[in-house]
Design a protein around this ligand. Structure first.
Ligand code: SME
Length: 152
């Protein structure tokens, strides 16, 4: 596995999951992932609304996005919410159900976070690189998603 996804980085993230308010923790994690993983150019969290119909943008690191509310089923984020499964889009120009945040973005990975086995939130990562994601990203982000479950 590539060095950037070392257990040290996971340990650093584990330390951030403390007794502070959830959004402060998610903000720190967004910042650390964007700063430390070179192919992560936008990192943020979308969480299901109370009525389960949409996703709301929470803490993020990177450029402003107009997509602050996304209906379930719309875009890559909405598809992940609907299916409760990770989605990797190595080239966003090939994805018909995609919501563009910035013309710089070439690829995206979205990993679900569960509460009691059901979808509740997600880590969304945009990259300006084409096809940068490997199995190592999936394993790394799934570990983080699991660590975050108790916050929801
Ligand atoms: N590209 C996402 C929208 C969110 S932005 O990436 C921040 C999508 O297709 O759902």
């Amino acid at each position: 596995m590539s060095n950037i996804f070392s257990s040290e980085l996971i340990s650093e993230i584990e330390v951030l999951i403390d007794s502070r308010e959830r959004d402060l923790i998610l903000q720190d994690i967004s910042n650390i992932l964007k700063d430390r993983v070179s192919h992560y150019d936008w990192v943020g969290f979308y969480t299901l609304t109370q009525d389960g119909s949409a996703l709301e943008l929470g803490p993020y690191a990177g450029k402003h996005t107009d997509h602050t509310t996304i209906p379930v089923g719309k875009g890559v984020c909405g598809q992940v919410a609907e299916r409760n499964e990770e989605m990797v889009v190595q080239d966003v120009s090939t994805e018909a159900n995609y919501l563009s945040c910035s013309i710089d973005v070439q690829s995206e990975i979205v990993v679900p976070i569960e509460k009691d086995g059901a979808f509740i939130s997600q880590i969304d990562i945009d990259s300006r690189s084409l096809a940068p994601f490997t199995e190592a990203d999936s394993i790394f982000l799934a570990k983080i998603a699991k660590l975050l479950e108790p916050l929801f």
